[in-house]
Design a protein around this ligand. Structure first.
Ligand code: NAP
Length: 245
């Protein structure tokens, strides 16, 4: 890690934290000293393995399983936060489903479910966890996608784009709303990562910097944003090697 951040004494929640990008973010937060709540839905084994690894780093860890596709799942996760650490300093809204297919193949139920996981759950988690944040300070990080601010239609992922565009607006709105409490609310928008499900056939040509992003490069930006007295709020950072500029 290039960024040195001391998060000892802080509690962080990463939604969808058991695998892939979420896992990397959990490991970076723990390495910086934070105690971590790993939220997962189906990846219980991966979550338990990751929790062991975090404990080996000397950090405290809590596991919380919930389906964020419904209000009751959000309530369940909030209950687990109260029963577990009883406080929260860093909320990372990482869950963000990315179903691919033309609009004609989707239906209202799928769209509604995507709105729930990608947009409504992050918003509800912010609102619902406010009482767990310290009187002053704290961070919320939402995940977007690169190029979000000048989106052109990606025909096979329009509903995803709609949810993340909404999340960008919510990021800014919550940033303004919570600034008086010193809670910073920002967004990180990855481009093509090494584990992307739809990597271009020739990343060296398609991505200006010539390669997909490493998961650790997203984690670096996360740590960068977590300054205690940071002047950054309501911003969105593409981590994308020039993808979609
Ligand atoms: N990877 C990329 O290249 C890329 C690029 C641009 C943006 N992003 C954004 O970065 C974030 C992470 O990406 P990713 O590819 O690592 O995500 P992912 O693998 O698609 O999903 C992360 C986790 O979300 C959880 N999840 C899905 N539906 C859920 C539900 N209904 N309730 C609770 N949890 C649920 C799953 O947990 P379980 O496994 O425990 O079920 C899954 O492991 C997303 O917001 C994505 O939009 C990623």
């Amino acid at each position: 890690m290039i960024i040195e951040r001391d998060l000892h004494g802080r509690v962080a929640l990463v939604t969808g934290g058991a695998r892939r990008l979420g896992r990397e973010l959990v490991l970076a937060l723990a390495a910086a000293g934070a105690d971590v709540v790993i939220h997962y839905r189906f990846s219980g084994h991966e979550a338990v393995d990751l929790a062991d690894r975090v404990r080996q780093q000397g950090r405290e860890v809590w596991l919380a399983s919930a389906d964020l596709g419904s209000d009751s799942g959000v309530t369940e996760l909030l209950r687990a936060l109260h029963a577990g650490p009883g406080r929260l300093d860093i909320l990372v809204n990482n869950v963000g489903n990315y179903p691919l297919g033309p609009l004609t193949d989707a239906d209202a139920a799928q769209f509604r479910s995507l709105l729930e996981t990608n947009l409504i759950a992050p918003d509800s988690l912010i609102r619902g966890s406010l009482s767990l944040f310290p009187e002053r300070g704290g961070h919320v990080i939402n995940l977007g996608y690169a190029g979000l601010e000048s989106s052109r239609v990606q025909a096979n992922a329009v509903h995803y784009q709609v949810t993340k565009t909404g999340l960008l607006l919510l990021t800014r709105a919550w940033a303004a709303e919570l600034a008086h409490r010193g809670i910073r609310v920002n967004m990180i928008s990855p481009g093509q990562l090494e584990n992307s499900v739809d990597l271009p056939a020739d990343p060296a040509r398609a991505i200006p910097l010539g390669r997909p992003g490493r998961l650790g490069e997203v984690a670096e930006v996360l740590l960068f944003l977590l300054g205690e007295d940071s002047y950054l709020t309501g911003i969105n950072i593409d981590v994308a090697g020039g993808w979609r500029v």
